[in-house]
Design a protein around this ligand. Sequence first.
Ligand code: GLU
Length: 301
Amino acid sequence: MRRTRTLAGIGIAATALLALTACNSGSPSNPGSTDGGDAGEDSTWFEVATDVQLEGSPTFDAITERDKVVIGVKEDQPGLGYLDVTTDERTGFDIDIARWIAASLGYDEDKIEFKPIASANREQAIVNGDVDYYVGTYSITDKRKEQIAFAGPYFITGQGLLVAADNEDIKSEDDLTADTTVCSATGSTPIQNIRDNFPDVPTKEFDLYSACVEALLSGEVQAVTTDQAILIGYAAQDPDNLKVVGEPFTEERYGVGLAKDDAALQEHINTLFTDGGDIWQAIFDKNLGSSGIEVTQPAVD
Ligand code: GLU
């Protein structure tokens, strides 16, 4: 994985979207410009499917009943799941994956409710039915599968390290010691990995990675650890003060979290990912194309 300093400045021209629509006609939800506007300004750039039936999906029944889809997301992870509080605009690779799924179910942007849910609270939110599905840097693990199901994977990254730009001591996970406090999110796979495999390294945890970044900037911790795709987004926002070091040292396979008893929705989303043509690539290019991250769409499980 390479790193660059810029993550912003992304967008797909309407013409490119229309070309994609033409290439993929007949698939349940193709990106398409409804008003000829730029995708960066128009977040409703997926063609919304009509007359969708999803036999045997309790989640889809609940969505139909309330005529709205409720999606759990992150909103402090630039490039992946981000809410700009000044414009109220949500952006990111995960957010567009979430919108693509909603469109395939027949739901446009104005019938989506995004709910921010922190890492530690995802399984419970899904089990409780507080969200219909969750798209937010959510690694597929056997432990989580005891409570919920995953569609995907739709993205693969790995655990990395973010340090202060002037830190010359920590160049990789091998440089973590009893004197380097590492911050990560409660309930995340990276904090667990540090505890299990780096037992001498002190940890600090918060609900949100953005709180860890604050702690790093103030000198309270010496590193933030989580998926490199997330860390690259923070470094790109503040390249004068932050840098990503080393190579990814785990494999994190992102899935869409959903209710364990909903095989119909799981299969629907997996089919969408498999048959989506160029749409995954368009979503990647729009949100992470200038990030330096090099990945291709993974095959679903
Ligand atoms: N992908 C990891 C996880 O699911 C870290 C990122 C996150 O906490 O969302 O735990």
